[in-house]
Design a protein around this ligand. Structure first.
Ligand SMILES: Cc1cc2nc3c(=O)[nH]c(=O)nc-3n(C[C@H](O)[C@H](O)[C@H](O)COP(=O)(O)OP(=O)(O)OC[C@H]3O[C@@H](n4cnc5c(N)ncnc54)[C@H](O)[C@@H]3O)c2cc1C
Length: 194
């Protein structure tokens, strides 16, 4: 039956790779930043899953085949947008749309809202994260450009501790950053510029 070929019948299907869109992967829901970092260190080939708006299409096209996904969506404390001194501090679970709609941020750094209005369309901005976009490091994407333009930085946490990485040191090449494989980015910092 056609339906079997689409959803797969375990009794009839010998090769799941032929019917699944993405390659096989294991899935872990991280409970804390420490848990996510531990999983990254223990599972070479694992990747963080944030909004999934870049990673999942890449997997469906088989351009990426992480052995394991570490979902950070349930980690508490990563969803805040703060104005701290002369910086806008954006946690790893903050969605594009949250930052775009923040009137407090717009009052301090209006260029962020202007840039965010050009990111994909609203449903994608509801799922995709600011930090995920920065980690993905697409050379045509708005948020890597904004981090560079404002002279911002990210905060990385790994087994060796926490480090601050300036935008100019973070982006190496299109879709390539200096983040170590066992590091997670917990926040992005945009200096408030005149
Ligand atoms: C149809 C479509 C149109 C789009 N158009 C645009 C556009 O015009 N402009 C634009 O800028 N973007 C665009 N995007 C991309 C979108 O903005 C994505 O949301 C964003 O690039 C990635 O964010 P995410 O949270 O979905 O990350 P994910 O897809 O979950 O992850 C992306 C990558 O970053 C890594 N990662 C994520 N979070 C962390 C973290 N905290 N620490 C370490 N690594 C991490 C993942 O492992 C993965 O490698 C588009 C996407 C789609 C599907």
């Amino acid at each position: 039956m056609v339906i079997d070929r689409i959803i797969g019948d375990p009794k009839k299907t010998k090769n799941w790779e032929e019917i699944l869109k993405p390659p096989f992967f294991r899935y872990h829901v991280a409970t804390s930043v420490e848990d996510a970092i531990h999983q990254l260190a223990e599972n070479p080939g694992a990747l963080i899953l944030a909004g999934g708006q870049s990673l999942v299409p890449a997997m469906n096209f088989r351009l990426a085949s992480p052995e394991m996904l570490i979902d950070i969506g349930k980690i508490t404390g990563l969803s805040s947008i703060l104005i701290e001194g002369d910086e806008v501090v954006v946690g790893a679970n903050v969605r594009h749309r949250d930052l775009e709609l923040s009137d407090e941020v717009f009052a301090e750094l209006p260029v962020l809202r202007q840039a965010l209005g050009n990111v994909a369309h609203v449903p994608i901005r509801h799922r995709g994260t600011i930090v995920g976009s920065i980690c993905h490091a697409d050379a045509a994407a708005e948020m890597p450009m904004m981090l560079t333009l404002t002279g911002g930085y990210v905060t990385a946490v790994g087994p060796e501790g926490t480090r601050k990485i300036l935008a100019e040191d973070f982006f190496k090449f299109h879709m390539t950053t200096t983040r170590a494989a066992d590091e997670m980015i917990v926040s992005a910092h945009f200096p408030i510029t005149p």
